[in-house]
Design a protein around this ligand. Structure first.
Ligand code: BGC
Ligand code: ZN
Length: 370
């Protein structure tokens, strides 16, 4: 069967012929891949700075943002049946018995670093006709989310970040720890970056009652700004307004959510973070030459303002379920805007253009099966 793979040893991104996988255990599910989203991580892997093939394979099949349809289930499978839509998670546990997070299904917090990731680290991904996955790593998606279900995985980045933020918020004595219904009510958030993760984060925060500003490069007017403003978010262009002006407009920045993968931008806005505020980093910046950094004033600020800088990577199964639930609510609230996040659907043959970094739009998707 066809698959899109990278061969790091030859520095090649290419179509590979891969044997169609079959069920080998009764807890496994065979899945027809419907769609795969392309993200910055895939582009990094395709430029050979990231990503590792499985042992004994010279290629790695790409793709970790998939929506699939179940075609066959092992005898012990209970959660899903043929015809169901599913989204598989990405990270798989390490094998060390002493790794408590991995032993408890929280490999997003693996402490040994020996976790694997489908389509990224030592496990083949989903950019292929058919894949097999254990039931425990699948989340079912309702049929009405067929058109946008491919957005679940990028949304899980936000789901994990928001649940972490909520844990942190609960350290403040006046936050009602027993009322998780509106965790962000009244918070002012600035999202850095208007890519899929940033825009999904902005919408998910609106759902929870945050006031949200997106701060991103492109000057206004532009399609991303129009899309997100329709969801009640204010778009501010970093080409038109400095971080100081942004801060004046927001008033009190409780949360900075970095989704642009530009460390310098995040730390230039940090100066304007309010007391007790949180800077969350979710983007993965590409290595760049170092720039001078005001270590003493940043350290002083973090202490005197009770602030937190939080990095967050990967998502666990709860985040996938929350992602499915939130996507359903986003669809009810802003159907056109959510659909509008998917700006291109392509055949598998378009992989080269999509992975080379030249493509534009918001989320580009490869359609495998219609
Ligand atoms: C994926 C995560 C993964 C991270 C680092 C992201 O693109 O969504 O699941 O942990 O890359 O490999
Ligand atoms: Zn990704």
């Amino acid at each position: 069967m066809r698959a899109v793979g990278v061969i790091p040893g030859k520095k090649e991104v290419t179509l590979v012929e891969h044997p169609a996988p079959q069920l080998t255990q009764d807890t496994e599910v065979r899945i027809r891949c419907l769609e795969v989203g392309i993200c910055g991580t895939d582009k990094e892997i395709s430029s050979f700075v990231y990503g590792t093939p499985p042992p004994h394979s010279d290629y790695l099949i790409l793709g970790h943002e998939s929506l699939g349809e179940v075609v066959e289930v092992g005898e012990a499978v209970r959660k899903v049946k043929p015809g169901d839509l599913v989204v598989p998670s990405v990270r798989r546990p390490c094998e060390h018995s002493e790794c408590l997070p991995c032993r408890r299904g929280r490999q997003d917090f693996c402490v040994t670093g020996d976790f694997t990731e489908r389509g990224i680290k030592m496990r083949h991904g989903y950019l292929t006709d058919v894949y097999v996955e254990a039931e425990e790593y699948l989340t079912q998606v309702p049929a009405e989310l067929r058109e946008i279900g491919v957005l679940v995985e990028p949304l899980t980045v936000t789901e994990k970040a928001l649940s972490q933020i909520w844990h942190i918020q609960k350290r403040l004595p006046w936050i009602k720890s027993n009322d998780p219904s509106q965790p962000g009510q009244g918070l002012n958030a600035v999202v850095l970056g208007a890519g899929p993760v940033g825009l999904l984060a902005a919408m998910a925060m609106r759902l929870r009652g945050f006031s949200v500003w997106v701060y991103s490069r492109s000057a206004k007017p532009n399609p991303k700004a129009e899309l997100i403003e329709a969801a009640g978010v204010t778009y501010v262009s970093s080409a038109q307004e400095t971080p100081r002006v942004l801060a004046e407009r927001v008033g009190r920045i409780d949360l900075i959510y970095e989704a642009a993968g530009i460390g310098e931008l995040a730390f230039s806005v940090l100066e304007f973070l309010a007391l007790n505020g949180i800077l969350v980093l979710t983007g993965i910046p590409a290595p760049r030459p170092a720039v001078p950094f005001a270590t003493e004033s940043v350290a002083r600020q973090l202490v005197l303002k009770n602030q937190i800088v939080l990095g967050t990577v990967n998502a666990d199964l709860r985040d996938f379920q929350n992602g499915v639930d939130d996507l359903g609510m986003l669809r009810q609230r802003w159907p056109n805007e959510v659909r509008g996040l998917i700006t291109g659907r392509y055949e598998m043959d378009a992989y080269r253009e999509l992975l080379s970094g030249k493509s534009h739009g918001i989320k580009n998707v490869i359609t495998i099966t219609r």
